[in-house]
Design a protein around this ligand. Structure first.
Ligand code: SF4
Length: 225
């Protein structure tokens, strides 16, 4: 990356961290995925219960392997041969985990988290339940403001996640939300009528009442969608 672009990126990261802290979230920057795993570990205690939101980022930094190490009580939604009822039970128990770990669809320079869920187990745990929520995101998820977060979700995060989850939605075929193709109908909540729609609840996390409950680890590597 050109030196000037590196400087611009550093300013963006600094602004984001300052504003997340202003919004009562802990925030730190780490350069690499390996550093992110070490930072995540610092928020865990032996034997703590851990729930996770669906995330490519967590896989990429090795978090799922860490949780399965035996040092923690991992509520493993990815364990083989789980029945739908067992997965649902894990989602529910995750709402009372000691630590909930997830990524974000976007993080604004204004210090806000933007997340959109279909089933909404992830945003439910973000909002209330676990005493501690750790959000890990690559700097590729940083956007200027909520408008840009909405755009990022509709043109990058949602289509990629819908494809990952093998959903039969228009965005999987076109690479962007169907609402982007209907003039005047591209508002935040506009979208498809598919049975597989992954966009149901749109959550902006701004200034938190409980200081430090949400911890954000921003990673220099590009991670996730
Ligand atoms: S509303 Fe439908 S088409 Fe739009 S991003 Fe969500 S799943 Fe894709």
């Amino acid at each position: 990356m050109h030196k000037i672009m590196e400087e611009m990126r550093a300013i963006r990261v600094r602004n984001t961290i300052e504003n997340l802290r202003r919004n009562n979230m802990e925030a730190q920057y780490v350069p690499t995925a390996a550093d992110a795993l070490a930072a995540l570990k610092s928020y865990l205690t032996p034997g703590c219960t851990i729930g996770v939101g669906g995330s490519v980022t967590l896989d990429e930094i090795g978090a799922i392997d860490l949780f399965r190490s035996g040092d923690y009580a991992f509520l493993d939604r990815y364990a083989p041969a789980l029945t739908p009822a067992e997965i649902k039970d894990i989602y529910r128990r995750s709402l009372w985990a000691d630590v909930y770990v997830m990524s974000a669809n976007a993080i604004t320079e204004n210090g806000e988290l933007y997340n959109v869920d279909g089933r909404s187990n992830r945003v439910a745990a973000l909002l209330y339940g676990p005493d501690s929520v750790v959000v890990i995101a690559g700097v590729n998820k940083i956007v200027s403001d909520i408008d840009e977060a909405i755009h990022r979700h509709k043109t990058a995060a949602a289509p990629a996640n819908a494809a990952r989850l093998h959903c039969n939605t228009p965005c999987v075929r076109t690479g962007k939300c169907v609402s982007m193709m209907r003039q005047g109908e591209d508002s935040m909540c506009a979208g498809c009528a598919s049975e597989d729609r992954i966009c149901a609840n749109y959550v902006v996390s701004a200034r938190q009442r409980e200081a430090g409950r949400i911890k954000v680890i921003l990673v220099g590597d590009a991670l996730g969608f």
